[in-house]
Write a protein that binds this ligand. Structure first.
Ligand code: UD1
Length: 430
């Protein structure tokens, strides 16, 4: 199993190219199940989760052609992938595949809309809470589907003639359930109005792509989305939006180590709340042509309290990284997690680097320390693991992060991007 070795203490200086967003790419890829034409996606990141979903879509009958990478001067590359699902080969998504990646559960939406039925295993995914599927069941039931749980699977069946547009308000905001409703309602008869919809940029990206395929969706990015159903969708070409979580992660790394880095190919407006928190912590962050410039001052980090919330609030996917930054602040800060109930697994690992953190319910109290010391640590989930990398970059001496397959799910060429900016980071394959 691979490990990542970090020798901390170096400031970061240079350019870090930001990849296409994993959380946008996954639902966009799944949308290819809605049409028999080719959906072409540009800027698809090369990540374990994307490759896993490629295999899952292949099982449903999607032909996939990957175009070679184009290298750019700043070290970035982008992949264009063509997805064609002439006919759906299988409407079952088996446990062996869905349990590896929760987002693959979302195939339930397009399969039900296009084929009138789907049998999808209940999901697995990151160990960050129970993550139920009640909102998917309620939403699809509102569109007329019969939903039945049987032996670890959900059997979904559309009424004769297909799904029927309806008004449905989510009792709780869910990104995944909003994606699924957008895809399902696009091919339903009549108009659907979704209330309390997720407002994340990835939802807007999916709506834009579906509209390019011929869907009639308005209001994405607000909490009320209206979808006028159409009888069929066509192919389209769409560019995956930049990864705001990767952007925020590297911005926090620079705030922590000090230095001057341009994050290229990204957009500051995707993460206003996180940028505001990073600025309050003392780093200078500004929009520049084609990206964001971050100037960090290393030791002079100020304590800042944050609370995770659905977009446009502070993203839960940046919570662990921000806590990493706060471990070196000049004072006490609080980080409160409101989205997932078990998302503090990084706390004990950060403590191994010398951080002083106490947990009380959903809030962590972080007492900043003047220095962190490198140590062997273990990655526990995707975002938690990158907080350990950030900690290691700022720590004295060597940090060895094991179980890096978690990182490979969501961070493209992490070692290379950091090394180009002066960090000492290497992958060790045993
Ligand atoms: C997506 C992101 C993930 C991010 C999360 C919240 C992807 C691939 N993943 O996950 O990185 O951390 O949004 O921003 O895009 N819930 C229910 N019932 C349901 C569905 C969800 O109670 O049927 C709960 C969840 O347990 C959680 C909350 O709703 O507490 C939000 O989860 P949700 O927005 O659905 O997260 P995902 O879409 O799985």
């Amino acid at each position: 199993m691979d490990r990542i070795r970090i020798v901390g203490g170096n400031a970061l200086n240079g350019i870090i190219p930001i990849s296409g967003a994993k959380n946008a790419a996954l639902p966009l890829m799944i949308a290819s199940l809605l049409t028999s034409d080719t959906l072409t996606l540009e800027n698809v990141p090369h990540l374990a989760d994307v490759e896993g979903l490629i295999r899952i879509l292949g099982n449903h009958g999607v032909d996939i052609a990957v175009n070679g990478r184009r290298e750019h001067q700043d070290g970035s590359y982008s992949r264009t992938v063509h997805f064609t699902c002439r006919t759906v080969a299988d409407t079952t998504a088996p446990y062996e595949l869905v349990s590896k990646m929760r987002a693959s559960f979302w195939v339930i939406g397009p399969l039900l809309a296009r084929e009138g039925q789907a049998r999808v295993s209940l999901p697995g995914g990151c160990a960050i809470g129970t993550r139920p599927v009640d909102l998917f069941i309620e939403g699809l039931t509102a569109l007329g589907a019969e939903m039945e749980i049987d032996g670890g699977y959900i059997n979904a069946k559309a009424p004769k003639g297909g799904l029927i547009g309806a008004r449905y308000t989510f009792p709780k905001v869910s990104v995944g359930a909003t994606h699924v409703m957008l895809m399902a309602a696009s091919l339903a008869r009549g108009t659907t109005v979704i209330g309390n919809a997720a407002r994340e940029p990835e939802v807007v990206d999916l709506a834009n792509c579906l509209n390019a395929m011929g869907a009639k969706i308005s209001g994405a990015g607000t909490s009320t989305i209206t979808i006028e159903g159409v009888t069929s969708l066509s192919g389209a070409r769409h560019r995956v939006l930049p990864d705001r979580i990767e952007t925020g992660t590297y911005a926090m790394a620079v705030a922590m180590t000090g230095g001057d880095v341009t994050l290229s190919g990204t957009d500051i407006s995707l993460l206003d709340t996180a940028i505001e928190a990073i600025r309050r912590a003392g780093a200078e962050v500004s929009a520049v042509d084609g990206g964001i410039r971050v100037i960090g001052h290393g030791d002079a980090i100020r304590p800042v309290d944050i609370v995770t919330e659905p977009f446009p609030g502070f993203p839960t996917d940046l919570q662990a990284q921000f806590m990493g930054l706060m471990t070196r602040a000049n004072g006490i800060s609080h980080v409160t997690e409101t989205i997932f109930e078990n998302r503090f697994m990084h706390v004990q690992e950060l403590a191994r680097l010398g951080a002083k953190i106490t947990l009380s319910g959903q809030t962590a109290r972080i007492e900043g320390v003047t220095r962190l010391r490198g140590a062997p640590v273990m990655a526990t989930d995707l975002r938690a693991s990158v907080s350990l990398v950030i900690g290691g970059l700022a720590a004295e001496g060597e940090t060895m992060v094991s179980r890096v397959y978690h990182l490979d799910r969501g961070f493209e060429r992490l070692e290379e991007k950091l090394t180009r900016c002066g960090a000492i980071v290497e992958r060790i394959s045993d």
